[in-house]
Design a protein around this ligand. Structure first.
Ligand SMILES: Cc1cc2nc3c(=O)[nH]c(=O)nc-3n(C[C@H](O)[C@H](O)[C@H](O)COP(=O)(O)OP(=O)(O)OC[C@H]3O[C@@H](n4cnc5c(N)ncnc54)[C@H](O)[C@@H]3O)c2cc1C
Length: 444
């Protein structure tokens, strides 16, 4: 009988893990609780246009994603666009892309602008930054950019991303993020015709064409590890597998892990950050850049992303799609705030920020929440990162908590999935060898 491995979750981590498991001759069965695949990259529909619930674009440095797209013959469907970012501060929008932009950045004194430029340049040239894992990011940024630039720019951005837990995050996270987003050259971002849904569907098609299975509406209710593999219960039915790969956020796996597995799920104290996205569909564009950081205590969003600065207009029937995001802790007031309040805050906030904003052009606003975007990484995380296999079990982990120090993105998830599939294959092969040696010994 072929080796069967259960994969929990059909976000990109689960789909890519299943895809690569098949390359090792393993038959994957993917369990997905929702009726859609793609996880955080899944879509909703507006007037016949499929739109990601959470903004998603790719970078030309996303090598695992590009490799997968080439395998699936999709790479020629990606359109690349030069983009940029702006910084909304003190009631003004500044471009924030070139050294010249920085020199004109009126929110800082001239001395701080020069210091910020020099600090950013030194950071981009830093190749071996592992030591930064032990340095709190606020301490590092204050030291590198000076007190006033830290208070004015970095502190609000850190608070925006991690709330009050920002001071536990290592400087290594910041370095890795800067390297991914600002690698020196002009900013170029990509989007695939048909959207991220098309990638998920193509991976699913490849899995199913080779005998694998993707089950929707199949929430896993329990996982039990035993000497022969693992038992998975979904929709009241229990099934045996040779191993399991969980791509669920660790707190979600902890809820469904049973018996001796439950206390072994790693990182019980790891906090996760959530996000609320307001998606606005409009007949008119909003801003000149893909992304604007916003530092304004009266505006309850830390950034505004207009994906149609990257997505060609003909792919969205000419509609302009803008996301306003509020990163916040799941369970907090900001996370639980009613949709109508968010809609009101979005529209009124945009009126104040952009004199050209035309409310009448807005066709609709939608509100989406995700409780587990990524962990709030604590200092020294390299030492405390969760393992890719729960020790002495048949349960493997391939989750957003494993991404660090890479930035959480589809590219990172695909790279992790490839690695995990290799480890699972080696595990089930050595397990099969031990079993057949045992049988031979009994027969002799
Ligand atoms: C606001 C935002 C913007 C982003 N922007 C980008 C971007 O521009 N580019 C980029 O590459 N990445 C981006 N990302 C990151 C990217 O979406 C994630 O890194 C990636 O999707 C993680 O994939 P995953 O499969 O690990 O997790 P998820 O996508 O969260 O998938 C987990 C899956 O498990 C399922 N599940 C949960 N519980 C169960 C259960 N009990 N049984 C079965 N299934 C279950 C869920 O329904 C879900 O489908 C963004 C994320 C957010 C939130």
């Amino acid at each position: 009988m072929s080796t069967r491995v259960a994969v929990l979750g059909a976000g990109i981590s689960g789909l890519a893990t299943a895809y690569y498991l098949q390359r090792h001759g393993i038959t994957p069965v993917v369990f997905e609780s929702s009726n859609e695949i793609g996880g955080l990259g899944s879509v909703f529909r507006h007037d016949g246009v499929a739109i990601e619930r959470f903004y998603h674009v790719m970078l030309n440095s996303d090598r695992y994603l590009m490799r997968l797209l080439r395998d699936l013959h999709l790479h020629e469907s990606v359109r690349w666009t030069k983009t940029g970012m702006g910084f909304h501060i003190d009631g003004k929008l500044y471009p924030f892309n070139t050294p010249m932009d920085l020199l004109k950045f009126g929110a800082l004194s001239m001395m701080d602008r020069v210091r910020t430029g020099a600090g950013a340049l030194a950071l981009s040239r830093m190749n071996d930054a592992e030591g930064l894992d032990q340095v709190p990011v606020d301490q590092f940024l204050r030291q590198r950019f000076g007190d006033s630039a830290f208070e004015k720019i970095w502190l609000p951005l850190l608070r925006a991303k991690f709330g009050d837990l920002y001071s536990q995050v290592p400087a290594y996270w910041f370095w890795s993020r800067m390297r991914r987003e600002k690698s020196g050259g002009p900013e170029v971002k990509g989007y695939i015709e048909g959207g991220y849904r098309r990638i998920a569907n193509a991976v699913e098609g490849a899995i199913e064409s080779r005998g694998g299975v993707v089950r929707r509406n199949a929430a896993v209710e329990s996982v039990i590890n035993d000497a022969r593999g693992a038992l998975i219960r979904a929709n009241g039915v229990e099934e045996r597998f040779d191993a399991v790969v969980s791509t669920l956020p660790l707190p979600q796996l902890r809820k469904i892990a049973q018996g001796s597995l439950q206390p072994e799920v790693p990182c019980p104290d790891l906090a996760y950050q959530g996000v609320v996205n307001v998606v606005m569909v409009s007949k008119e564009p909003l801003q000149p850049y893909y992304w604007n950081a916003v530092v304004n205590p009266r505006f309850p969003f830390q950034g505004i992303v207009e994906t149609t600065r990257v997505i060609p207009a003909r792919w969205t029937k000419g509609k302009h799609i803008t996301y306003l995001m509020n990163y916040c802790q799941p369970g907090s007031e900001a996370y639980e705030r009613p949709d109508d309040v968010y809609r009101y805050q979005a529209i009124n906030g945009l009126k104040r920020l952009y004199s050209t904003f035309n409310e009448d052009a807005v066709e609709a606003t939608y509100v989406f929440r995700a409780p587990y975007v990524e962990p709030v990484w604590p200092v020294n995380y390299l030492q405390n990162r969760p393992p890719s296999q729960i020790p002495y079990t048949n349960v493997f982990l391939c989750t957003t908590a494993h991404a660090y120090p890479q930035v959480n993105a589809w590219n990172t998830s695909i790279g992790l999935a490839k690695d995990t599939a290799k480890k699972v294959a080696s595990h089930v092969r050595s397990f099969a060898r031990i079993e057949s040696q045992g049988e031979a010994a009994v027969a002799a």
